[in-house]
Design a protein around this ligand. Structure first.
Ligand SMILES: [Zn+2]
Length: 458
């Protein structure tokens, strides 16, 4: 019942905002310009709904105490099912920084912000515990999806304003407004700037003594002197490392920075990026070493959320729905990527792709448990990047002349060849996506079908 009553509200949401730790949720909520009623769809998570600038946002978080990649995959999948008009997701929260205090370009400090940015064939996030051991050490192989193009287009404009026009750096105003307000709240000063004297980066070979709760007894002479002191958060763009385990090692942190160019490490982004394109925004709350503490977490979470809110002002409001009428998302793998994979494995690639077509067209295999993971496995194996584009499309072309009844009949007929069944599956998902959250299925089927047609056409 609740679902029906709220359908219009669900449909008005365009931006998914995912966080994990309580202070991240607090920061996101504090930055809402207007808060609507929370919703909890049947058998799902609770979402905080509200308006941030001109965008309606659904804030999602996994149930308390669940950390790491798996719960995030579930949240990311669910949010797209519940809110069919979500265009992209932001993963906003805290992380451990990987600074190099000797290099001004890498002098990441507590309260700074790191934004995932694709570079070369990397999607902006790498999973750091999925590599293989090789002779020259542990190499990272997993390159995850690139964020949604509309976000990538907005970032340069925001960077330009941040650099050249400080009055347009709205994130500072957002931070100030929340810290001011938090003085009067039950936990006064919760979001307050902790002060640079509490930002201590110890030399990498000086470990935190065991069984000491704080750094009160840690030796000041091993703290890096860093000039000039600054209060405002600096924003860094680059690669974020994501792992299932907490990193508490200065040596490993330094290695990740030197060898992989990683700016910060956290525990959720890989789960998000692997499911659907999203942008990861991280406030630096510690240095991923044995001295790490929670003191900076609320402020760092606030800085990341303020950046995200600033970024949203650069995104135009979308037309009300994405699959109604002639608009839809098309999934794409760049043809250059396909060509490269074909050249590298001329036999295996078409074989694996044919098998994937077979799997994707089998309606009996559950999509989110079997077909989607196999799709991502395929992308990873051949290092294919996957994005989506919002297009105006001719419905006849999309539907292939199918209606739901006809598509279902073809899909369930084992006599039909896999490609025909996949076309039926794609059309069916598209037609049903007006009623249910099947857009993801549609996009994935569309991507596979396009690749298959391309490979077949030689
Ligand atoms: Zn310490």
């Amino acid at each position: 019942m609740e679902r029906k009553r709220n359908q219009r509200m669900y449909d008005a949401v365009e931006v998914g905002w995912v966080c994990v730790v309580q202070c991240e949720l607090d920061a996101a909520t504090a930055l809402l310009d207007e808060r609507y009623d929370d919703v909890s769809p049947e058998g799902g998570e609770t979402y905080i709904l509200g308006r941030m600038g001109r965008h309606n946002v659904a804030i999602a978080y996994p149930s308390a105490g669940s950390y790491g990649i798996a719960p995030i995959v579930r949240v990311a999948t669910k949010i797209h099912q519940e809110f069919r008009n979500i265009r992209f997701c932001l993963l906003v929260g805290i992380a451990g920084g990987c600074p190099d205090p000797r290099d001004p370009a890498m002098d990441i400090r507590l309260g700074d912000v790191v934004v995932s940015e694709p570079k070369g064939n990397r999607g902006g996030v790498v999973q750091i515990d999925m590599g293989k051991n090789t002779d020259d050490g542990f190499r990272i192989f997993s390159h995850l999806n690139k964020p949604y193009q509309e976000l990538l287009d907005a970032i340069p404009r925001l960077r330009n304003d941040h650099r050249n026009n400080h009055q347009r750096r709205k994130m500072d105003d957002y931070i100030d407004a929340v810290t001011r307000k938090s003085k009067e709240q039950p936990e006064p000063g919760y979001f307050a700037f902790p002060g640079r004297e509490h930002d201590r980066l110890f030399q990498s070979d000086y470990p935190h003594p065991p069984k000491q709760a704080s750094c009160a007894n840690c030796d000041e002479k091993f703290v890096w002197r860093r000039d000039p002191p600054r209060k405002r958060s600096r924003v860094f763009y680059g690669t974020i490392g994501s792992a299932n385990n907490v990193l508490r090692s200065a040596k490993e942190r330094d290695r990740l920075r030197q060898e992989e160019g990683i700016l910060c490490v956290e525990m959720e982004a890989a789960g998000m990026m692997d499911t659907l394109s999203c942008l990861v925004i991280r406030g630096i709350s510690d240095y991923a070493d044995s001295h790490k503490s929670k003191e900076w977490q609320p402020y760092a979470a606030l800085a990341a959320a303020a950046y995200a809110k600033d970024l949203l002002t650069y995104i135009v409001k979308a037309p009300p729905a994405r699959v109604h009428g002639k608009h839809c998302f098309l999934g794409t793998v760049p043809l250059d990527d396909v060509d490269r994979a074909l050249a590298a494995s001329p036999k295996a690639f078409p074989q694996d792709l044919a098998e994937l077509v077979n799997i994707m067209s089998n309606r009996k295999l559950h999509f989110f448990e079997v077909r989607l993971p196999r799709f991502h496995e395929f992308l990873r194996k051949y290092k294919l990047s996957h994005t989506s584009h919002w297009v105006e499309a001719d419905p006849n072309q999309i539907f292939d002349g199918f209606n739901i009844t006809k598509a279902t009949a073809v899909l369930d007929n084992p006599q039909k060849e896999p490609r025909e069944r996949l076309r039926a599956a794609r059309a069916r998902a598209f037609l049903l996506s007006n009623r249910r959250g099947l857009v993801t299925i549609y996009r994935i089927h569309d991507t596979v079908l396009r690749m298959w047609n391309y490979v077949e056409s030689g």
